[in-house]
Write a protein that binds this ligand. Structure first.
Ligand code: ATP
Length: 241
């Protein structure tokens, strides 16, 4: 396996307040990797730094062999890194199709390619195809999450980063969202996602890292983490082995 994303000794802060320190982890091509941790552990902050929405105070972020530590977000998208933000952030008064087209802005000079990328997403998500011309704000929470994922795949990324994909969704929809993550991975896209719902996360990911108060305190295969007593005690509650 070859490295796709690497964070080395990354420190992140809001103003003078350091919230993540010495964050080191990697994602290899083809993997599904999760960052788990409780409320306020620093998951969203870390994801924001990966996407380029928050500057890195110190340390280094490398993507596909390129140092992206100081690269602005839109150039990271061009390199193949795509983010599904926490809370989805679809544009409620635009149609499903228009929301998807916004995710394909790199095809702005090629309407044909953009249309074919939209068709691919609608093929993958029949529930979205049925509502292609409806305003995104009229979709259910689960459908909006699908739309956010579909929009992120429009740029044909090498790595898709999802911030708490299960947030605010019922168990059936959460299961569906995680099966979509598996499907995206099976189609060859590498996945990094952060989750509070560690049980789902460790059923879906190949490997994981545990964040606690802004530091990585454990790492391993999902199987190893599911059996790690510290992780069980701190994050998982009762886990079915
Ligand atoms: P959650 O699951 O609640 O989103 P999280 O693991 O994603 O938690 P973060 O949102 O990354 O955690 O927050 C990490 C720390 O940074 C917390 O102490 C939080 O209060 C703080 N924090 C987050 N956003 C800001 C901000 N914009 N300004 C100042 N502090 C912030």
């Amino acid at each position: 396996m070859t490295r796709l994303l690497t964070l080395e000794g990354v420190t992140l802060a809001y103003g003078n307040v350091v919230v993540c320190e010495d964050i080191t982890f990697h994602v290899d091509h083809g993997e599904v990797v999760t960052l788990i941790g409780s409320n306020g552990a620093g998951k969203t902050t870390t994801m924001s730094a990966v996407a380029g929405l928050l500057p890195t105070r110190s340390g280094r972020i490398t993507f596909d062999g390129v140092d992206i530590t100081s690269m602005p977000p839109h150039l990271r998208v061009r390199l193949g890194l795509s983010l599904v933000p926490e809370g989805r952030h679809v544009f409620p008064f635009m149609s499903v199709r228009e929301n998807l087209l916004l995710g394909g802005f790199r095809f702005k000079s090629s309407p044909k390619e953009a249309a074919s990328a939209v068709a691919e997403v609608l093929d993958r998500f029949p529930a979205l195809a049925r509502r292609a011309n409806a305003n995104a704000g009229t979709l259910s929470g689960g459908e909006q999450q699908m739309l956010a994922v579909g929009r992120a795949t429009m740029s044909r990324p090498k790595l898709i980063c999802l911030d708490e994909p299960s947030m605010g969704l019922g168990p059936l929809i959460v299961a569906e969202i995680f099966s979509i993550i598996n499907e995206i991975s099976a189609q060859g896209t590498t996945v990094l996602f952060v989750e509070q719902n560690a049980q789902y996360a460790l059923r879906t990911a190949h490997r994981g890292y545990v964040l606690q108060t802004g530091r990585v305190i454990a790492s391993g295969t999902s199987e190893e983490l599911r059996h790690d007593q510290r992780v069980k005690d701190a994050y998982l509650g009762k886990v079915r082995a």
